[in-house]
Structure formats: C-alpha cells, structure tokens
Design a protein around this ligand. Structure first.
Ligand SMILES: [Ca+2]
Ligand SMILES: [Ca+2]
Ligand SMILES: [Ca+2]
Length: 183
C-alpha cells in the first residue's frame, strides 16, 4: 500500500492546504483566508452588506481560530504539516464551532448563487472556475459524483455529506474525496 493510499485523508488535507495557500509562500496565514474571501466576493458579486459575505467572513475567522488553537500555533501561521494535523483535530471537535458542517453551509450558500437551495451544474462550474480556477473536464465528473441521487442538482444535504467525506472518508471514490482532485 502506498503512503497516499494509507493516508488518504492526510493527502486530501494536504491538497486543501496547497489550494488555500493563495499567496504561495508555503504557509497558511490569515492573509490567505482574506484572499479567498475576496475571491468569493468578486466571483459572486457579494458586497460588505450581503449576509452571505458576512457569514463567510465570520465563519472563516472562526475556522482559522480553531486551526490555530488546535495547532498551538503562536506565530499566526501554519505549515502544511501543522494544517493537516490541526484540521484532523478540529474536524472532530464541536465544542465551539465545527469546521466541517460550518464550511459546507457557508460555501453552499455562496455557490447556490440564485438561492433556490440547490446547486445546478452551471452554478458548480462557475464556482470552480471563478474561485479555484478549475475548468478541466473532470469538474463535470465531480458534479455527477456529488449528485448522489442523480436528480441533476446538488442538494444541501448532498453537499454537507460530501464535505464530511472530504474530512473523514478514506474511500478515494467518495464524492467528498474529489474536491481537490482525484487521488
Ligand atoms: Ca500563504
Ligand atoms: Ca441554485
Ligand atoms: Ca441531487
């Protein structure tokens, strides 16, 4: 068994770290989170008064605090190794805010641009392109896998379940294992 297969969750979290390190300095800092928030704001036309924007900002701030707390980081930045370890600890901690379900709902609210409580293929493709610069054909594959009941849209429940799989599933075929690319 390869290392990647043995630690699929660690591999997924590592890819998440690389995607989140928006300023590419090899560390995660609040500046990276702010850059991500800015990207969401631009992509979805969210201004400061928009509730989606303030809930995303508030959520990411709590997410960041949870990671720092679990990492015991004193200098306000996390290496990839620290991020992966802190994410593992934070994902199973619901004593303050749980980062797993919190991320799912905050992201869902933005991606569901028209607010009808479901994500269409167009909304999903737009999100991947505008926020993550992903336009590869396999983005469509991810959509199909996320739509577990096959009704042509991603429901909130399907999105929450996939987000949990990202953090907890060791199955490389699970929908939530595809968020940052197939491993
Ligand atoms: Ca960084
Ligand atoms: Ca929608
Ligand atoms: Ca569905």
């Amino acid at each position: 068994m390869s290392t990647a297969a043995a630690d699929l969750i660690g591999e997924k979290l590592g890819r998440q770290f690389q995607a989140l390190d928006r300023n590419n300095d090899g560390y995660l800092e609040w500046e990276d989170c702010q850059l991500l928030i800015d990207r969401y704001h631009q992509a979805f036309g969210i201004d400061r008064d928009d509730p989606r924007g303030s809930s995303l900002q508030a959520f990411l701030h709590m997410y960041w605090q949870e990671l720092l707390r679990h990492a015991g980081a004193k200098n306000q930045q996390l290496s990839q190794e620290e991020f992966v370890q802190a994410s593992r600890l934070a994902s199973v901690d619901s004593s303050r805010v749980n980062i797993v379900d919190g991320s799912a709902h905050a992201i869902f609210d933005c991606v569901d641009a028209d607010g009808d409580n479901q994500i269409t293929k167009e909304e999903f493709a737009y999100y991947l392109k505008e926020v993550w610069q992903l336009t590869a054909p396999d983005t469509l594959e991810t959509f199909t896998v996320l739509d577990t009941d096959g009704d042509g849209v991603i429901s909130r429940q399907e999105f929450v379940r996939a987000t949990r799989e990202h953090f907890f599933s060791a199955d490389s075929d699970a929908a939530g294992s595809l968020f940052f690319g197939r491993i």
